[in-house]
Design a protein around this ligand. Structure first.
Ligand code: UDX
Length: 423
């Protein structure tokens, strides 16, 4: 089939490239000329393992353009993969989605408009009405939310847990189902509102688990239990499962914080106070700041202390800094008068964390430091317990915000070590 993609961001590029890899002809459109020019030159503007290679391998079936006419021409299916960032009120900003709907030309041919972007429940109904008002009854509408996690997006696309297809017309859902031929996964056929809610509810459920295990970790610290052992024991219950029970310094990223706030706001807009999500958000905010208390416990004060932040991206294998806990932690430390030295192998936070010193290596970051905080569990940090690193620090204190290191090994190497929720 011929597929048009609106948005050459994270979701649009991964979706477009993977559909091209399945054998479809794909045109990806973005409004930023520099982004399209870079993609045409083989330069991929995001960091996602394997994506550059997969784009190169599918060059013949992938076109990048800024022109609306080019993306719509001859397309059987049009995917909306534009950003839906939060507004000041916590609602989702749907202006990019509306621009796509408004720009669709009237050519009378049957085409299916598929919403991949995460949108509030009820958006599909509004888009359907807007299309009908414009006389675009030839345009079908399907909600097909994405469940791609950064760092494993290609794998997630090829081996999804499920494919959710919400539609008004069964024929439109069938078109989208056929597009996925070659991928083995349960298909959930739904009405549009339920499909929209599956996405929001899935992210909310995962965030609940993270805030839950973080609170368990905090109680473990006060009671002498070890959260890793607790999570293992809890996770072996088949009704619960082992995933998303890693305690740490809170969740971040482009999806969880935004989607949870959007779901809470959506509920509020229709008169329901989503108390559980309010707590999940509060726990997450407090969790990002708990490291400060741990540093104060060991150092007395963080004022004029040199603190190394190791890892800045919201999680490993991405350069994404959106809602990264490192930003809150770094800003708090700077506000307390600490000297912050920061390192990340790929993420650039120089314009987000004013006042921090950015270093090219872990050793440079810990030079003369009173403490090193593991903020993102990059693989390269696993081997950091070296005599050389120990010697470079003023105080050999490690606060492991991701429980990456073995506490016994850290202490054996001469470090004062504290993780999250560990005895
Ligand atoms: C997430 C969803 O997984 C994906 O399905 C959705 O489409 C987009 O949002 P992503 O934001 O890429 O994907 O990252 P994910 O791996 O889910 O991690 C989200 C955050 O939770 C990260 O900050 C991570 O560090 C944190 N996390 C995750 C924990 O703190 N503990 C865990 O056990 C798991």
């Amino acid at each position: 089939m011929r597929i048009g993609i609106f948005g050459a961001g994270y979701v649009g590029l991964v979706t477009g490239t993977c559909f091209a890899d399945l054998g479809h002809d794909v045109v990806v459109r973005d409004i930023i000329p520099a982004r399209i020019a870079a993609l045409r030159a083989g330069k991929v503007p995001i960091f996602e393992p394997g994506l550059t290679e997969l784009i190169a391998a599918n060059r013949d079936r992938l076109t990048f353009t800024t022109e609306i006419a080019e993306v719509v021409a001859g397309a059987d299916v049009l995917f909306v993969c534009v950003g839906t960032p939060p507004t000041y009120s916590g609602d989702a900003d749907l202006s990019a989605v509306w621009t796509v709907v408004d720009e669709l030309p009237r050519d009378g041919r049957r085409v299916v408009l598929v919403m991949k972007s995460t949108v509030p429940v009820g958006t599909g109904a509004k888009v359907r009405s807007a299309l009908d008002e414009r006389g675009l009854t030839n345009v079908g509408y399907v909600s097909n939310p994405e469940f791609l996690a950064e760092g494993s997006a290609l794998k997630d696309f090829r081996n999804p847990d499920r494919i959710v297809i919400g539609s008004y017309e069964a024929a439109d859902a069938e078109v989208v189902e056929r597009l996925h031929a070659g991928i083995t996964a349960p298909i959930v056929r739904a009405d549009v509102a339920s499909a929209e809610m599956v996405k929001l509810a899935s992210n909310a459920a995962l965030a609940v688990r993270i805030s839950f295990i973080n609170e368990i970790a905090n109680v473990c610290e006060l009671t002498g239990a070890d959260v890793l052992t607790v999570a293992e024991g809890v996770g072996l219950d088949h009704r619960l499962g082992k995933h998303f029970l890693r305690a740490g310094i809170g969740f971040g990223g482009s999806c969880f914080p935004k989607d949870i706030s959007a779901l809470k706001q959506l509920a509020g807009n229709v008169g329901y106070h989503f108390q559980l999500l309010a707590a999940v958000i509060e726990v997450n905010e407090l969790q990002k700041r708990r490291v400060i208390g741990k540093l104060q416990k060991h150092l007395g004060t963080v004022r004029d202390r040199r603190i190394a932040l190791l890892g800045l991206a919201f999680k490993p294998n991405t350069d994404d800094m959106r809602e990264a806990p490192s930003l809150v932690l770094g800003a708090r430390l700077l506000a307390e008068g600490a000297e912050v030295r920061a390192w990340d192998p790929v993420a650039d936070a120089s314009r987000l964390l004013h006042g921090a010193v950015f270093c090219d290596s872990v050793l440079e970051a810990v030079d003369g430091a009173d403490a090193a905080v593991i903020v993102t569990e990059w693989e390269e940090l696993r081997g950091m317990l070296t005599p050389e690193l120990h010697a470079r620090m003023r105080t050999p204190l490690i606060i492991d915000g991701r429980n990456l290191l073995d506490p016994a090994a850290a202490r054996a190497a001469g470090f004062t070590y504290e993780g999250i929720g560990r005895a």
